[in-house]
Design a protein around this ligand. Sequence first.
Ligand SMILES: *Cc1c(COP(=O)(O)O)cnc(C)c1O
Length: 967
Amino acid sequence: MERTVTPRETAYDPYDFANRRHIGPSPEEIQAMLETVGAASLDALIDETVPSDIRQSRPLDLPSPLSERGALDRLRETANKNRVLTSLIGQGYHGTIMPPAIQRNILENPAWYTAYTPYQPEISQGRLEALLNFQTLVADLTALDIANASLLDEATAAAEAMALAHRVTKTKANAFFVDAQCLPQTIAVLKTRAEPLGWEIIVGDPFVDLEPDKVFGAIFQYPGVEGAFHDYSGVIAALHESKAFAVVAADPLALALLKPPGEMGADAAVGTMQRFGMPMGYGGPHAAYIAVKEAHKRALPGRLVGVSIDARGNRAYRLALQTREQHIRRQNATSNICTAQVLPAVIASMYAVFHGPRGLRAIAERVHRKAARLAEGLESLGFKISPGAFFDTITVDVGPYQGLVMKNAVDNGVNLRKVGADRIGITVDERTRPDTLEAVWRAFGGDQLAYSDDYPDSRLPRTLIRQSAYLTHPVFHMNRAESEMTRYMRRLADRDLALDRAMIPLGSCTMKLNATAEMLPITWPQFAEIHPFAPADQALGYAEMIEDLSEKLCEITGYDAFSMQPNSGAQGEYAGLLTIRAYHKARGEGHRDVCLIPASAHGTNPASATMCGYKVVVVGTDEIGGIDVDDFRAKAEENAANLAAAMITYPSTHGVFEETVRAVCDITHANGGQVYLDGANMNALVGLARPGEIGADVGHLNLHKTFCIPHGGGGPGMGPIGVRAHMIPFLPGHPETGGNAMTVSAAPYGSACVLAISWSYLLMMAGAGLTQATRVAILSANYIAARLSAAYDVLYTGSNGRVAHECIVDTRPLHASADVTVDDVAKRLIDCGFHPPTMSWPVPGTLMIEPTESETKEELDRFCDAMLAIREEALAIEQGRYHRTNNPLKNAPHTVEDLIGEWERPYSRECACFPAGAFRVDKYWPPVNRVDNVHGDRHLVCSCPPIESYVKAEPTKTKETARVSND
Ligand SMILES: *Cc1c(COP(=O)(O)O)cnc(C)c1O
């Protein structure tokens, strides 16, 4: 094979095994692919594709690549710099025990962690069922009607509830009341979210300071950060009299014993499910929840799983009410939330399935007994404990000895929480052992005190004991033998199509390899069991990892600093725009509030801008899928006095490297604005171009796309933001670590634990490997475009006829000629054994295909063969050889059930089930036929339906196409 060796490539040996781990095509396959695309070499292809004026001036300057073992050694060394003490800090993060069967079969199982967001329900029934269990769990525990399928963390869930309150209440009031007992990070995020929207935050004691007619809503913490809790029924009734909205932030484990928010009349409840089996991970990832009364279901943010039927009338799950989401509603969406916490939510739901209601109650009771024993011991030492009634948290008056006791505790291996100047907070959990209690007593001077098994008196208030049942559905009453539990998890996993079976060619979502070596460190206790507010000297390993990762990302992007706080891409957009806002304000230009956004932008862009109080001005798109520069200039100039920012995506959402990107940045700057660059498409840039050099001032990276954190079925993710030097002073801060007053996530470094994945990736790939990955990603997209262009129009290309790392294939002509919709093509791909590409976005009726560098030529060919065969099937319809409505495309996907009984279709069974691409032996069988979305939204059911409710129903006649509103 001929290779032109450039300086960039010298350090990269494509035959090296370690390099082959990440990059799919072999050197020989790369050569063959180059021939198909008609490029002389990879260098030549890249020169034709990436405009020369944006190319970075020098190769990436990163240390030499580490081998798999070398990287794991480095990770181990770094992890060992963290000191794992027993955390009794509480404040929203608790010790918990993940059942080993869940750890191995879900968290460590690629069938679960490499799945994509369940937008294609037919290949997602397993995780949709697990999420429906999650929603049922939350709705039951909170005694509210409907819960969504997870939010990012408790603090942002509280902020979403505040925004929901503002949307649905009819009062004119402009303030939101926050219980002073709310977690400090929740208060910080609420203040950050309220300020740009002009809402006032009033913090106080709900029983003293709350004036219901002055607020549109209020939130109470249950139990509060210092351990106290109350029946809020009275204040909630008073709020309702003033048409205001009531939110309770509740600990779900406490709700196993205590009167739930729904029974107090609350309109919404929020909280974190972390203590249902997910380790603290220095802040995340964990699932947060939100639940609301029936009346507010259409205002609920985030994703919602619902029950519907398939084409045979069989029960099938799918995402419900998608028309509320930012993909469709853009600046009018209920929220900007996109990636959430699916994998942690699945784990929380399985924790509940494993334990069942009796198990959960027993855990909660044990936790309470430990707290009561702890309190008794401290009282016997003469300490004053508050509150009188508590669940798991107590606050101890220590007068002048706060420093001494805190230090004693650390010397005894325990972290406690400072409260004010003279008190100490202690929160016990599922992991607390007798010797933990003895260690705490020693820290308080009780060296003699010994643990006793005697039952202490309950400290729960009689009036707040829960009377109602929860988790009555059979799924929470299975036989809990591990053999059965393992098979349940396996059955659900087998229903889904994840990266461990086939490529997931999702434009804009970069479903690349999540290498196993990168995943190993996340379960090491030195990373997993650190509390986010542990003393800094116990988290030196995290500090080192975060600093080194930030430096490497700066080298890759050309930015000068990173903030790891945003725990999703959309959160990054929001944080970045707030940074821009703070920058303008500091320069006395706080009036700037216009944000230019191209029509083709991801829906989160306008949704995030709206949350910052910005006015969105939409800019048109030109013929090749880029920004219409004339329109952009005109709108920038028209709004020059108030221009705050432009949000651009590069390469464009249409998968093209626009040659005008520098001009767009210059125009923005010349008119007083700052450039936000959405970095979701960074997989086309790493090693070739740096956003910071192109002219961007701020931008996020989706570490769960380009930097190998797996999608987890729709989360977790990380969306850190990079900034140029002039923006550094305005980056987010956190009440626990200081800095700027603006806080966007509950934890200072977001979902810190999964940063180990991206860091491992960068250590193993290094500069040459990362650059080669980008080059191969571009080659693979151009290869697919070249192979498919014989049968389909590839919509947008750059001036040399090349696409970037993804391509848009037009299926609309098939609609005109053969009544074949983009859904038909997508669903037929399932028969072929593929996850369909991104559908109808950014252009309706098209498929956006992103193969990534990780797929072999063989897999790319299998996909192209399937797409070409589908075109042939459409041709057969055009020519009358296939029936117009009863054909393999319209009836796709086909299930095993289709094959039984009489076969009356005008095409063969073999054609139905074994089209091009489908494996003979390892055939993927979808568990349901095509899912009826309209039926599901009309008969909305969002928790586990009772077994006896099951009836075969008539499918809806009108077939819905993707992302079309029926609201
Ligand atoms: C994925 C994506 C986002 C949103 O990221 P989340 O992590 O899902 O919030 C934003 N913009 C673009 C272009 C994306 O592809």
